[in-house]
Design a protein around this ligand. Sequence first.
Ligand code: 3MF
Ligand code: MG
Length: 344
Amino acid sequence: MSKFKFSVGPWNVHTGADSYGPETRKPVDLETKFAKFAELGFSAVQFHDDDAVPDMNNMTVEEIKEYARGVKKLLDKYGLAAEFVAPRLWMDPHTVDGGFMSRKKEDRDFALWRALRSIDIANELGAKFLVLWLAREGTLCAESLDPAWATKQLVEAINEMLRYDSKIRVAIEPKPNEPVDRSVCGTMGHVMAVSAATIDPSRVGGNLESAHAVLAGLDPTNEIGFALAFDKLYTVHLNDQNGLKFDQDKSFGVENLRSAFNQVRILSKYNYGSKGEYVGLDVKAMRTTSDEDGYEHLKNSLAIFKALEAKVEKYDEEYANKLIAQRKYEQLEMYVLNLLMGIE
Ligand code: 3MF
Ligand code: MG
C-alpha cells in the first residue's frame, strides 16, 4: 500500500501522433479514461481548461461553468477528484508568440481570459489550484522579447488571477525550452522568485516535472527539495528523460532509477501529500505502443514508484548518517546501488 495518492491527466493517454507522423492509436473518450484511471488506482485527474470544456472559446462564462458541472458529475461517478486546471495557452492563434508575454495586448487579454475561466472551471470541479506551463512564453528569436519586461508581465498576470479569486493558488510548471528555444521562467529558482514578487507569495508555488529539470541540466530531486524548502511544492509531474533532447515524458524511473529513488525519498522524507498533494505522473506512451497497451506506461510508472517506496522504507538512515559523518561517500554510494540492485 502506498502512502501517496496519485493523479494523471487525460493527455497522458494519447494517440501517438508527433511532429513527424500521424496517430498510431485510436482516440479514447474522457469517460473511458476516467474509468481506467480509477481502475488503475489513481485518485485524481489533472485538466487543461479545454480537456474539461472543449469548446470554451465559443462559450459564455455561464455556459462554461454549466459544462464543467457535467464533468464534475462524471468524476464523481468514478470516485475521482480534480487536482488542478491548466489553461492550454499554446494551441490558439492568439498564443502563437506567447500568451501572458505576447507583445500584443489583445493576445495577453485572451491569455488572461483563459486563465480566469480556468479558475471558474477549477471551482466547479473542486480543484484547488491552477498550473501554468508557460509553453510559448519565451523566444524562438533571441532579440524578439525583452526578458525583464516579459517577467513583469507574468507577475502581473498572476496578480490578476490572485485578485480574481481570493482562495485560488497558482503553480508554475517550469521548463527551460521546447517548444520555445529560450524560456523566460525555466527552473524552480525562477518560479520561487516570481512567487516572491506577486501580491500573495503564499498562493504561488511550483509543479516540478522530472524531465523538465533534466532538460535544464538540473537534478529533479534538488529542484523538488528547493521548492519544499519554501513550502511551495504544490504538485509534481514525475516522469523520466534520457538527457538533452526532445521532451520524452518517459515512464517514471525507466532511464535513471537512482534519480527516481531519490525523488521518491525526498517526497517521503518531507511528508509530501500530508496537505492533500498528489503525486502526479506526466508520462507518455511510446509511439510504437498498440491500442491495447495504451495504459502500460501508467501501470509501469505506478509500479516503479511503489517499488521505490519500498526501497525508501528499507533505506537505513542511521547507517547512511554514520557514513556521511565519516565522509565515506564511496561506501554510501555502493550502499544505495546495492539497495537498488537487491543485493543485501
Ligand atoms: C509539457 C508538459 C505539459 C504540462 C501540462 C499541464 C502536456 O512539457 O509537461 O504536458 O504538464 O500542459 O500544464
Ligand atoms: Mg508536465
